[in-house]
Design a protein around this ligand. Structure first.
Ligand SMILES: [Zn+2]
Length: 122
C-alpha cells in the first residue's frame, strides 16, 4: 500500500484583509458588511467577532486592542485612503446583489433625446 502524503496540506493562510473597494461598499451599505460577516464563523474570530474595524476589515481580541487600534497610524491612514474615493450606496447595494460582475457597466451618456433639425420649407 503506497502512502500518499503531502497532497492534503490544508495550510491556508487566512487573510483578514479586504480590498479597499470592498471596504468602501461595507461603509456605504450595512447589508454589504453583514453579508461579508455571514461568511465567517464567529468561533473562528477573535472575541467571537465582537470588535471589528470596518475600515481595516480587521477583528480584535479585546476592547482595549480595538480602541488602541483606532488611535493608531495604520487605522488613520486607512480612513484617509477611504475618504479619497467615496463609494456610493447605490454601488454598494448593487454589489450585494451581484457578487461579481464583469466590472464594466454600460454608461449611457449624452442626452437621451437627439435634437432633430427640422427643415422649414414653406
Ligand atoms: Zn482600523
Amino acid at each position: 500500500m503506497p502512502a500518499i502524503r503531502g497532497a492534503n496540506s490544508k495550510k491556508k493562510t487566512r487573510r483578514y484583509t479586504r480590498d479597499l473597494d470592498q471596504v468602501h461598499a461595507d461603509l456605504a451599505s450595512k447589508r454589504h458588511l453583514e453579508q461579508y460577516h455571514e461568511t465567517k464563523v464567529p468561533e473562528d474570530l477573535p472575541a467571537l467577532g465582537d470588535y471589528y474595524c470596518v475600515e481595516c476589515a480587521k477583528w480584535f481580541e479585546s476592547d482595549v486592542n480595538f480602541q488602541g487600534h483606532k488611535k493608531g497610524k495604520p487605522h488613520k491612514r486607512r480612513v484617509r485612503l477611504l475618504r479619497e474615493e467615496p463609494y456610493s450606496q447605490k454601488e454598494a447595494e448593487a454589489a450585494v446583489g451581484l457578487g461579481t460582475d464583469n466590472g464594466r457597466r454600460k454608461v449611457e451618456d449624452g442626452g437621451g433625446e437627439e435634437e432633430m433639425e427640422v427643415e422649414d420649407v414653406s
